[in-house]
Each structure stands twice: as C-alpha cells, then as structure tokens.
Design a protein around this ligand. Sequence first.
Ligand code: CP3
Length: 354
Amino acid sequence: MSDFPVMTNDRILRICRGEEVDRTPIWIMRQAGRYLSEFREYRKKHEFFEICRNPEYACEVTMQPLRRFDLDASIIFSDIMVIPQAMEMECVMISGKGPTFTSPLDTPEDLDKINLSPDVNKVLQYVFDAITLTRKTIGGKQPLFGFVGAPWTLMAYMVEGGGSKTYSKAKKWLYQYPEASEKLLDALTTVCIDFLVGQARAGAQVLQVFESHADALSPELFHKFTLKLLKRIATEVKAKLGKDSPPVSIFCKGGHFMNNEFVKSEYDIIQVDWTISREQILELKSKVVQGNLDPCQLYAPKEEIEKATREMLKKFEGVRHIANLGHGIYPDTDPDHLRTYIDTVHKETQKAQA
Ligand code: CP3
C-alpha cells in the first residue's frame, strides 16, 4: 500500500481519529450519477454493470464529481448488487426500473441454485482493481470510500427481484422460512466481510455498510435477524485488518431505534437520514455522525438551501460531523444546487487561520 500518493486532504480520516479539522468535511452519497451530464453521456456508451466491471471506466466515473465540486471524499463507482452477482444470481440494470433479478429467490430450495460461498478474491477482483487504480488517480486529494450492501438489504432485493414498496415477499421469508433466511443472511455476512477486507487491502480508506431497507424491519425483526450480523461485520473486518483497518461506517436508512445500537459497536461512523432530531444526534455523540440534509431540499432555491444548511450544521454542533445528504442524491437535482450545499458547509464551518 506504500506506493499510494501522499494525502493532501485527510479531513475525514482526521475526524475519525478524533483530531481537529479546519472545516467540516463533506461528500455526497451517489455523488457519481445521473444528475451529472457527463455521467449520462458516459452511460450512452456503456452499460451500467460494464462500467462497474471495467476498472478504467469505474475510475473515470468516480472522478467526475471530484472534477466539478470541492468534495472531501470519493466513493468507488460500483453497486451493492455486485455481491448477489458474485453469488451467481443474474441482475441487470433496467432504465426507469433499477436493478432487476432475472430469477429471484422464491422458496428455500432456490438457495441450492446459487453459490452461497463464492471466492470473493476471484470474482470481485475487478472491484479491487478499480479501487487501486482510482486511489492512485485521485492523487491523495480525497480519501476513497469502499462499500457493501448489508445482508438484509441484499436479501430483500434477491427475494423481491428488485425494488418494492413493502418488501412483503422478503419479510415473508423472515416469518415463514426463518432458518433459510438465517442461512442466507449468514452467507451474505461472510461475503460482506471478505469483500470489505479486500477493498481495504486494495486501497479503500473508509468502508461504508448500506442497510438501505432497514425501514422495512420492526425492532423485533431487526434484533432477531440483522443486528448481530451488522455488528459482526465491523468486528470481523477490524479483527482481520488489525491496526491498519480503515474506519467503518453504518447507514440504517429509516432506522432510528437502530442507530443507538451502534454506539456500542466497532463502527466508527453512523450515517443518519434527515428525519433525526438534534436530541437523537446527541445520543450518538461518541461516534462520528454523518449526514443529513434531505436530498429533496436541493430542489429549493439557493438561498433556502443555504439557510437549511446552516440549520443542519447547528443540529450537529458539538458532534464530530461529516456532512452528507440523508440519502443518495436524486437524478433530477441541479448540480449547481449541490454546489451551493457543498460550498455553504465549507464556508460556514471554516475556522480562522491561526
Ligand atoms: O457515487 C456513488 O455513490 C457510488 C456509486 C453507488 C451506486 N449505487 C451507483 C448507482 C453506490 C454507493 C450505490 C449503492 C446502492 N445501490 C445502494 C445503497 C445506497 C442507497 O441508495 O440506499 C442501493 C440500494 C443500490 C441499488 C440500486 N442501484 C438502485 C435501487 C438503483 C436504482 C435507483 C436509481 O437511482 O436508478 C441503482 C442504480 C444505480 N447505482 C445508479 C448509480 C449511479 C443509476 C443507474 C444508471 O446509471 O442507470
């Protein structure tokens, strides 16, 4: 790892170590994507997963938002669905619909048709290559995030076959086939751990776990099926990487009662959505807290974005804060409005030079 460029912006890494920073750092979930015209142009030439699988393409698309905005982190261009694909489930990106599985898991017998223990270092090597190339290309100007989809979120897609309003098919598995569900979730957890470890070894400097469908779970289901697995991910990744382990971040979208569980865990960063109050943020204070402007706020006029940004920053006062949105940016966002958000965070939090 020693041949990576020297870091010239390490604000996020410093915050995670508990060190002082000159201003609040910011990056944006889904910062590479369709709201950027250069991304839409690129997508005309290349299919979505073709970009993920080709390290040069993935690197180029990761770089696009960094050229436009004064961001404090990058995130490798990929998708959470690369894990189900590694388990030999076919998943295609359908425009207007999102990721779609050609043969979703219907009954427990279907688990025999997929590969529950793929050789991650072989089948997902392309992600590791993309990370190494991108870390070198960024040249130390921003740290690079790696990521995975959390086991429940992946299972939800694998059973539903795509997005869903209720996730009732996937939840049906939890109630009707608890043993098969545990078997699948456990296998996914092992893959998540190996994949995060590989991403760190390839050069990822922060790791984020996306539990995007946490909001479908009751506290009972969360405690029964997923909390221990999410904790295991952080614990085992850190045990395997030892003192070189990057900080690890957890995002339970819509999961307020879940956030507090991670105060007592190996996670370093808790990403929160926009529905959380100042009081709830303060309960997470022993960790770095990341978030949380509503992505829809960026539809407002610029002056209102500035005002909402100042209000958001106030909510995080006294907390080690990495600014972000409360969920990924939407494709119809005006990039200039995002710039207003980024620049306001920097301007409002810049400390006077000593
Ligand atoms: O810049 C980045 O954030 C890095 C790339 C990234 C993508 N997906 C690219 C992408 C990351 C970190 C993800 C994570 C991801 N993917 C999540 C977790 C985060 C979250 O939003 O909750 C989830 C649930 C997915 C699954 C997924 N991929 C969905 C539901 C969709 C369709 C929704 C949509 O925006 O169309 C995707 C597609 C996707 N992933 C796109 C991008 C840029 C757009 C698709 C396209 O270009 O055709």
